[in-house]
Design a binder for this molecule. Structure first.
Ligand code: 13P
Ligand code: SF4
Length: 292
């Protein structure tokens, strides 16, 4: 893309983006890898193909870069399920608690946070904390999973991902009877009873790695359908059956190739985070990136 060179831009795309966007991206990744990439890149412009909070995280980590997004209406309903007033009230009830926030959250919430995490490092982040009380926002499903994995009790906010939470035990039972030899791989944003049925539970990247390296020839996939692009690219000889046809995040799909080209032409819409919010939010993201 000529225009991309002219702008000295890098295109980052989340694995849930439409195929036509993933095809032209310089780098595809999950929310953790994309945040890392944004922090490291030498490009002057970051075109963030994902949802709004991801663009915000890129801007917070790379404040001197211009961050544009194909369509600013690409939001995340889960991120909108927690607000600053509510979180402050909870913090006031638990003044000694550390606040761990899933990266699927607004910059304002990150600014109220001790440390962020993604689904790929949530367990490590919790284990890295020396705290008697931990407030966890906003994903209750991931919170339950992390609680089980670490044995640490969390004070869990009641948010969830509309897309992953839609997958039911009944859906999985049906798929397992249809494809009895296919392992069921599932993202921890799904309901706890669905996660419990998983032959493998992991973040988007962990699911991709598992399917690539497994000897199995077919899989039942319990995460967003955009991952099919990378799954098929990695293993063209394997079959991937999505557990329902509803595993589609409508917000991720708001972006398309036409809008991607347009935003490079117009350099709009740009992500803006007020500096006083960005400064505090950056600490919580940087702490996350330091957890090994
Ligand atoms: P990851 O990219 O961290 O796996 O998150 C999944 C997700 O739902 C992003 O919105
Ligand atoms: Fe938000 Fe769920 Fe869409 Fe991810 S898949 S952006 S958590 S609504």
């Amino acid at each position: 893309m000529e225009l991309k060179k002219k702008r000295n831009a890098i295109i980052l795309a989340h694995y849930y983006q439409r195929d036509e966007i993933q095809e032209v991206a310089d780098f595809r990744g999950d929310s953790f890898l994309l945040a890392q990439k944004a922090a490291e890149t030498d490009a002057e412009v970051i075109v963030f193909c994902g949802v709004h909070f991801m663009g915000e995280s890129a801007k917070i980590l790379a404040p001197n870069k211009t961050v544009i997004i194909p369509d600013e209406r690409a939001g995340c309903p889960m991120a909108d399920m927690v607000n600053v007033d509510g979180l402050r009230k909870l913090k006031a009830q638990h003044p000694k608690a550390k606040v761990v926030t899933y990266i699927n959250s607004s910059a304002e919430i990150k600014a109220e946070t001790d440390i962020c995490c993604t689904s790929s490092n949530a367990v490590k982040v919790i284990e890295s904390l020396d705290a008697d009380e931990i407030i966890w926002v906003p994903d209750k499903n991931l919170g339950h999973y992390v609680q089980e994995k670490t044995g640490k009790e969390l004070i869990i906010w009641e948010g969830y991902c509309n897309t992953h939470d839609m997958l039911t035990v009944k859906d999985v039972v049906e798929m397992k009877s249809k494809y009895p030899h296919a392992p069921f791989v599932v993202h921890p944003e799904c309901r706890p009873e669905v996660v419990a049925m998983g032959d493998f539970v992991g973040s988007t990247t962990a699911i991709l790695e598992y399917c690539k390296n497994s000897d199995a020839k077919e899989f039942i996939i319990g995460t967003e359908d955009g991952t099919g692009y990378q799954l098929r690219r990695d293993s063209p000889d394997k079959q991937f059956h999505f557990a329902t046809k509803f595993l589609v995040c409508p917000n991720m799909k708001v972006n398309n190739l036409k809008k991607l080209v347009k935003c490079l032409e117009t350099m709009q819409p740009q992500i803006y985070v007020p500096p006083h919010v960005a400064e505090k939010a950056r600490l919580s993201l940087e702490r996350m990136l330091q957890v090994k």
